[in-house]
Design a protein around this ligand. Structure first.
Ligand code: S3P
Length: 168
């Protein structure tokens, strides 16, 4: 049995996509923490933010993180904010092998402009506002992201290369 592998990174950094590829390659399951939260609360992430506010969302997220990381042999794609609130980074560092998928602010802006995933924190932002938000927020969040066991430049990484870097 191996500790779960957690993927950390800003919204749009490819956590779910790369997570699915790692899971396929290793023949293990993937859990998306946002999906787990939605299934266990019976509400969409957008609704939780709208009806209960961010603080309550972070409490639910932290509780779900603790539950999910007890299951070995799986990949877990975390939410962009997960490592940055409460004592989640300590939990992640203790209960998983963590990988930070690092993408430049320009790369993130490009990806998020194209994304159709509804994300409450960036809803309704123009490209300029989005770029400004990413620059500011990434600076704050990297303090947490960079505590991951591995930091991978995710702009062009191939999954087989990533697995070699991490597991050999
Ligand atoms: C958030 C990222 C989202 C989701 C929520 C908050 C954040 O997950 O958890 O909207 O604070 O960065 P993704 O990174 O999967 O979009």
């Amino acid at each position: 049995m191996e500790l779960p592998i957690t993927l950390i990174g800003f919204m749009g950094s490819g956590k779910s996509t790369i997570g699915k590829q790692i899971a396929r390659e290793k023949g293990i399951n993937i859990t998306d923490l946002d999906d787990y939260i939605q299934e266990s609360s019976g509400e969409s992430i957008s609704n939780i933010f709208k009806q209960k506010g961010e603080k309550e969302f972070r409490d639910i997220e932290s509780q779900c993180l603790r539950e999910v990381l007890l299951i070995p042999d799986q990949v877990v794609a975390l939410g962009g904010g997960t490592p940055c609130f409460l004592n989640n980074i300590e939990i992640i560092r203790t209960l998983s092998t963590s990988i930070y998928l690092q993408v430049s602010p320009e790369g993130l802006t490009r990806r998020l402009i194209r994304s159709h995933n509804p994300r409450p924190l960036i809803k309704g932002k123009s490209s300029e506002e989005l770029m400004e938000f990413i620059n500011l927020e990434l600076k704050k969040r990297e303090e947490f992201y960079l505590q991951a066991d591995y930091v991978i430049q995710s702009d062009q990484i191939q999954v087989d290369e990533l697995l070699r870097l991490i597991f050999i």
